[in-house]
Design a protein around this ligand. Structure first.
Ligand code: SF4
Length: 253
């Protein structure tokens, strides 16, 4: 993995409205995980004015925790999502700890928090996360197949590691979820078996057919896994297998 171009910036706002939850907090603009299917990549590169490819630049919002502390005082109660257009535990979080320090701001406040990542680095913050009364920690886990995950999500933790950390959070009493989306090629029954005992609930989503994603599938001979019938069949199999194991399922497409 090559190092991204890193720029330290001062954000004007950090607690922003979101269509999925009430608010989102993105301590970084840009994401080193560099997923092939990243929807954020479609608009964030243009918005941020970067010329580097997605995954090769990150703006670090160094004032994120201080700004959150200011904004939270005036905010109406609502769920806060870490994060909508970056992985809050991408590698730079090790150096900057902006996600950690932002979570610390939320301890003792009455705001539900949703954390979603593909990185085992979230493990470092279990101590802070446990202090937030209404919190849920989730991993994107869209296939059971490590090779496929590595192709689509090059700088994420392995599937095995993600499942292991999810288990640790669940064992520590933190509610957990898995986001099985966008569904990637793989074996749904095996994925359900992996998630059993790790995720309290699972959300299933499909892939969008944007041209860059379609070209990637074509290059790798995977176009069979980019059809309506693939997503219908795979999601039905996964939902059935999960329900059979007593796991709550929501299909979001
Ligand atoms: S982890 Fe999320 S934000 Fe980062 S590249 Fe992947 S899909 Fe995009």
């Amino acid at each position: 993995m090559s190092s991204p171009v890193v720029r330290e910036i001062e954000a004007k706002s950090i607690l922003n409205p979101s269509k999925i939850h009430d608010y989102c907090v993105n301590p970084y603009t840009g994401c080193e995980v560099g997923c092939v299917y990243c929807y954020a990549a479609l608009f964030m590169r243009r918005y941020s004015g970067h010329i580097e490819p997605w995954g090769e630049f990150v703006d670090v919002k160094v004032n994120a925790p201080a700004l959150l502390a200011k904004q939270i005082v005036k905010a109406k109660k609502g769920t806060i999502w870490f994060a909508s257009v970056c992985d809050p535990y991408q590698p730079l979080e090790e150096r900057y700890a902006l996600t950690r320090r932002s979570l610390e701001v939320l301890v003792g406040r009455d705001f539900p928090v949703e954390i979603q990542t593909k990185s085992a680095r979230v493990r470092r913050d279990l101590d802070v996360i446990r202090k937030i009364p209404d919190v849920e920690v989730g991993f994107t886990i869209a296939t059971d197949d490590e090779t496929i995950a590595g192709m689509f999500e090059p700088n994420a933790s392995s599937v095995g590691e993600r499942v292991e950390v999810l288990r640790e959070f669940k064992a520590a009493g933190v509610p957990t979820f898995a986001f099985a989306g966008p569904l990637l090629p793989g074996n749904p029954e095996r994925l359900a078996a992996l998630l059993a005992g790790a995720a309290d609930r699972v959300l299933i989503d499909r892939m969008n057919y944007v041209p860059a994603v379609k070209a990637f599938y074509a290059r790798h001979g995977l176009l069979d896994a980019l059809t309506d019938s693939f997503f219908r069949t795979q999601s039905a199999r996964l939902a059935k297998a999960l329900r059979g194991r007593g796991i709550r399922v929501e299909t979001v497409f």
